[in-house]
Design a protein around this ligand. Structure first.
Ligand code: SF4
Ligand code: SF4
Length: 482
């Protein structure tokens, strides 16, 4: 006979006990992570091929078992129970601990990769964590691993493992399931496998060197300008036109230009920015899967909304100016403008502050403190660019059936972009916000079916409703202004 106790309370106040299988899953996943830490701390590993395979498999299989046990043992529906009581997801000790580890990892990755064990060929062989990934790197492209190869591999494994967890959790919602499959495939195929395989194939017999420019970063077909802010840099433009990289180089160059100039506006017109931010983008993919447990931590303050608009559009303007100057320099065949080095004065600070510190260190490192979409909300120039189309020229909107809203606030709580969805729902107003990434979670967690992600005609898409919200409005002023 089962000894499991069931609670009949709708808001069960008791701790949820973990079953034995769930514990096994958790221990497996933690073991997989421990292998990475052991390697990082310099414990010499005898056979890194077996240990690496074991580590990655334990992470994926352990997480799957763990998630399966939590979600398949309970009825379908959102399970965010205890999220505000869990020290990991309520900015408690564990949350801060994780934030410090993640931030530290990013700092080392960007600026001190030698502490992860990275050695360039001339400095000898890789050590520690980076050396653990050498066999996989040799398998793909016949070279030692770089810190970026390790990062790309771990990034992809996290999206797969926590994507599976996400699918179990939201299995009642077809939109979430399909979207998450798309994110996993996009990351695995477009951002990881294709670039790595291309880097391996791009072998230059005469110099006995592997191709550099169609490697991990540049061959990611979906990494477009303005997110890929150095797309128009001299070294990149030259490499894409270099004879050694034809015909792929030119194909990638043309694709990159058509992607941001033609495809992005057209697709955003039809379905909103969700196709990129929630279905395709790697940053969005990590936020939706690995960051799912932290989505409720996004600030809903009015001041955060104001700051967001200044910051994200400021970054877009910055990329635009930087790119214009860079292109001017490229065609004028000069590396300086008014005596200033284009790279030193524009690209370098941007790369340090926005490309590394903001998108990586703060963007992911601070998931457990600021929520999972800090970068997408405050800093991503691509989100700003497509957000403008979404706001002014798109068929996308979230419709609200205000009469059904019970003001529970679930939608606002779980909106990772800090949008006060409930305020729109109470008024029965369409939600048309440039920042909305169309993740659909507000709709998925709504107990009353109030919210629907839809594409429709442009006419009357942004319509205010004459519904008065008590204390928010001075009634006499409102009537006099009518
Ligand atoms: S409003 Fe809804 S769909 Fe848009 S970002 Fe927020 S939760 Fe996602
Ligand atoms: S989740 Fe649904 S019912 Fe609750 S406040 Fe939002 S729209 Fe209203």
């Amino acid at each position: 006979m089962s000894t499991k106790e069931y609670s009949f309370s709708i808001s069960n106040p008791h701790r949820i006990e973990m079953g034995i299988i769930q514990r096994v899953g958790l221990i497996m996943a933690l073991l997989g992570v421990s292998i990475l830490f052991l390697a990082w701390f310099g414990i010499n590993v005898p056979n890194s091929t077996i240990l690496l395979t074991l580590s990655l498999l334990l992470i994926v299989i352990g997480t799957t078992i763990y998630a399966r046990q939590i979600y398949l043992n309970t009825p379908k529906g959102i399970k965010n129970n205890h999220i505000w009581f869990n020290t990991l997801s309520n900015r408690g000790i564990l949350g801060w601990f994780l934030a410090i580890i993640l931030t530290g990892f990013y700092v080392l990755l960007y600026w001190f990769p030698e502490y992860l064990g990275y050695r360039s060929g001339s400095e000898g062989l890789n050590q520690g964590l980076i050396a653990l990934f050498d066999p996989l790197s040799y398998f793909f492209k016949g070279t030692m691993a770089s810190q970026w190869f390790v990062y790309g591999t771990l990034y992809t494994v996290l999206i797969i493992a926590l994507g599976i967890k996400f699918i179990y959790k939201y299995r009642h919602n077809r939109y979430q399931v399909i979207r998450t499959f798309a994110v996993i495939i996009s990351q695995t195929a477009l951002a990881y496998l294709i670039p790595e395989i291309l880097a391996g194939l791009n072998y230059n017999d005469s110099t006995n060197a592997r191709g550099e420019y169609l490697g991990w970063y540049d061959a990611d077909l979906k990494n477009a300008w303005p997110l890929d802010y150095d797309f128009f840099n001299e070294w990149h433009l030259d490499a894409m036109q270099a004879e050694a990289y034809q015909p792929l180089g030119m194909a990638f160059l043309v694709w990159g230009i058509i992607f941001f100039l033609v495809l992005t506006p057209i697709i955003t017109y039809f379905v909103g920015k969700r196709w990129y931010c929630s279905w395709v983008c790697g940053c969005g993919g990590l936020a939706e899967t690995t960051g799912d447990a932290f989505r409720h931590l996004s600030s809903k303050k009015l001041s955060a909304w104001k700051l967001e608009r200044w910051m994200i559009h400021g970054v877009l303007v910055l990329v635009f100016i930087m790119t214009t100057v860079t292109l001017y320099g490229y065609f004028a065949e000069s590396n300086t403008i008014l005596g200033l080095s284009i790279y030193e004065y524009f690209q370098k600070p941007y790369g340090f502050l926005i490309g590394a510190a903001f998108s990586g260190v703060v963007g992911v490192g601070f998931y457990p403190i600021l929520g999972n979409r800090v970068w997408c909300r405050f800093g991503c120039p691509m989100a700003a660019y497509i957000g403008l189309f979404q706001r002014f020229k798109s068929r996308f909107r979230i419709t609200t059936n205000g009469g059904q809203c019970i003001s529970c606030g679930n939608c606002s709580t779980y909106c990772e972009m800090g949008i006060d969805v409930r305020a729109y729902a109470q008024k029965g107003e369409n939600i048309i916000r440039s920042s909305c990434v169309g993740c659909g979670i507000c709709s998925a967690v709504c107990p009353r079916g109030v919210l629907k992600l839809e594409n429709g005609p442009l006419e009357n898409r942004i319509e205010g409703k004459d519904i008065l919200l008590g204390n928010d409005v001075d009634l006499m002023e409102y009537v006099n202004n009518k």
